[in-house]
Design a protein around this ligand. Structure first.
Ligand code: HMG
Ligand code: MG
Length: 300
């Protein structure tokens, strides 16, 4: 398959990137990050989550963040919602699009959302109905697609079965999450081949955490399999509170640099993106997780 001429990057830094941070981050710093990202040309930003504050305290202020951001035309501002309660709160905060999240592994489903995979899918049905009535699009995530921190290896057919359910209930796109970043390029290709028998290629996205340093290779492998939507996190921020040791998503700057090298259009300005990443790293007092950003910042 030939490479796509353009790719859509889904920026998950304000959500996946920050959800695991232990230190308090002010609403205004979160707002600034979201605004910086849209100004850099990102057309889709996952701003926060409407989940239980007992489970993920850092996302508790998501409604305030939504109230504070400057909404640029053409940008989708989205949030995670695990159930109807979360969806209703998201709607109140004028979220334009939501995402539900299931897992391909039973153990991870229990640890992350306190129910089985089947129960989680059941829980999404009233949410999907409410979203349809409110004209809100719903994206679906499947976690642990290339390995689980508790169950180990995950069969591609298991991922395909969950992806098929999300697609059948009305998710317009299904993002395949390598939550713990153990996937390799070969396994990624096999996975996509299997899942694409249930959900068409053009409705799949890749969500690679970079724990083992394989994310860019996995994205390239996905491009070869016809995938053209990828989730990434500015400065490589993040991790999942329920996947110990998992690092952040692949850095948006690094993905962008690779795509630019392949002549693939994204509409994003690399320099402005690097500035956005540098600023939030300064706020967090953290080293920048993007190799491209580190190199460029050092040579400025
Ligand atoms: P539960 O404890 O089983 O829920 O949690 P419950 O229905 O029994 O309710 C317990 C309490 O939570 C009640 O409050 C509810 O009102 C409240 P109380 O009466 O005790 O005061 N509650 C809520 N509050 C706010 N918003 C809500 C909500 N729902 C219930 N939406 C639940 C179940 C799903 C709520 C919980 O497990 C949860 O919030 N989990 C979220 C975990 C999470 O956000 N994980 C990180 C995101 S997933 C991820 O990072 C992976 C991804 O990036 C892809 C990848 O990398 O693979 C997407
Ligand atoms: Mg993730």
């Amino acid at each position: 398959m030939s490479l796509p001429s353009s790719v859509r990057l889904v920026e998950v830094g304000p959500r996946d990137g920050l959800q695991n941070e232990k230190q308090p981050i002010s609403v205004s710093d979160k707002v600034r990050l979201v605004n910086d990202l849209s100004a850099a040309g990102l057309r889709y930003v996952e701003v926060g989550s409407f989940v239980s504050p007992k489970w993920v305290p850092q996302m508790a202020g998501s409604a305030e963040v939504f109230a504070g951001i400057q909404r640029s035309p053409g940008v989708t501002y989205a949030a995670l919602t695990p159930n109807l309660k979360g969806f209703e709160a998201a709607l109140e905060a004028k979220v334009e699009e939501v995402a539900v999240f299931a897992a391909a592994s039973e153990a991870f489903s229990q640890k992350n959302i306190n129910c089985s995979i089947a129960e989680s899918l059941q829980r999404f049905i009233p949410l999907m109905e409410a979203a349809r009535a409110a004209n809100v699009r719903v994206r679906g995530y499947v976690s642990c697609v290339l390995g689980c921190p508790y169950d180990g290896e995950i069969a591609p057919a298991q991922v395909a079965a969950v992806a098929r359910e999300l697609y059948a209930m009305g998710c317009y796109e299904v993002s395949l999450g390598d939550t713990i970043g153990t996937g390799t390029a070969g396994k990624t290709r096999q996975l996509i081949e299997t899942v694409a028998r249930e959900v068409p290629h053009h409705l799949l996205a890749g969500h690679f955490h970079d724990t083992y340093g394989q994310a860019l290779a996995n994205i390239y492998a996905s491009l070869l399999e016809g995938i053209s939507v990828f989730d990434s996190s500015v400065a490589g921020l993040g991790g999942c509170p329920y996947a110990k040791g998992a690092t952040g998503n692949v850095a948006t700057e690094d993905v962008l640099y690779m795509l630019q090298g392949l002549g693939i259009d994204t509409g994003i300005d690399l320099d402005r993106l690097i500035d956005a990443g540098a600023r939030i790293c300064e706020v967090l007092g953290k080293a920048n997780g993007s190799r491209v950003a580190r190199a460029r910042l050092a040579s400025r």
